[in-house]
Design a binder for this molecule. Sequence first.
Ligand code: HAM
Length: 415
Amino acid sequence: MFRPVRGMKDLYGPDMAKYSYVIKNASKVAKVYGYSMISTPIVEYTEVFQRSIGDDTDVVSKEMYTFMDKGGELITLRPEGTAGIMRAIATGSLAQRMPVKLMYYGEMFRYDRPQKGRYRQFHQLGAEHVGEKSPYTDVMTILLTSDILSSLKIQDCKIMINSLGDDETRKEYVDAVVQYLSQHEGRLSADSKARLRKNPLRILDSKDATDIEICFAAPRLKSCFTSEAGRYFDKVCELLERSNQRYEIDNFLVRGLDYYSHTVFEIKSPHERDSIGGGGRYDKLLKTLGGPDVSGIGFAFGVERLMQLVKDDSLPPRTKKAAVIPVSEKENDAAMAICVQLHNYGIVTEFFHIGTMGKKMQTADKMGCDLALIIGENECAGDYITVKYMYDDINKKKEQTIDKNKMVEFLKYNL
Ligand code: HAM
């Protein structure tokens, strides 16, 4: 027997209902903030991710599904959505329409060690606001993440923020970090030793226990802020407070992707080990991919992680449905016509015409029908239909006849 590929799963039934609920609610909130939907291909040329996310990140160096296609092109299943969207802006007409606010959702792929809440194929739901750089935009983006959580009735989340400053900040900070970490080089993990000269800031994001302990006493980014970077971050914090948005500053938050500068943030839940969402500002990303030299900011939630936090009773009630059941083969044509008529009125209806009457009723019950319209010889000849209630405890097994002409009205009211 085949199983799904390790770290990947099928999505259907109640999980699919939760998935749709998350996407629908989040999209509705993003629309209120002025975002419109974008969908980009699931694969991009590998270089798109290498150039934007950074060669030394875990995502690019270890986790990408990369392969040569039949035409000999090196392509990668997208590990995240931002790079593809920037590629779309750089190569299409969106670059002429700045600023743009785009939201997206879809499958992402990372060859990570599968565990609870971490998959090799997962879904992200994200938004990118490109072409406007200001603390107001940053705060509006953070407020959007918070409103999405509220719309899903997810509580107790914490928004952690930090600033990576500008280029000058980063240069100075890299020097300070290299100087500090060099004193502990012997104890660093093999990955971190390799990164010490190539991309030392990635070490601050290491998941190795000894690396984490060493990094705890590393210099703080804040000490290297230029006055402009400091002012920018102070304004972000001030605006969050003015908006009554709760947040915490995490001086060690550097994010796992290389494209960030200035504001970065992550959303944590006490019920999930890893962050449920994260994002930040990127000053150079679009230019790196051949687009205009403008800054952007965005975020992505992990949809599976949001789904874990959505309570079942937050979901909208199940759609009720009717079963159309001909008593014998002779009534099949008339019954099907009734089913078609109900579909045209938007009434959720299923048609059961195979097997004995008992079997048809049983299948309708199993498929969650709430009431059955029984079409027998008498019903075909007369102007009435027999209705049998199926689920409802009070009405269970109750039968009644209704006027054929009032069938649609009856179902609209009773379903
Ligand atoms: P990220 O922090 O790499 O950021 O991923 C965002 C979210 O995707 C994570 O917080 C997590 O919920 C989810 N996620 C990541 N990996 C997995 C996995 N293996 N299994 C399940 N969920 C996962 C980004 O991807 C950036 N593109 C966000 C962004 C948008 N920054 C600016 N704009």
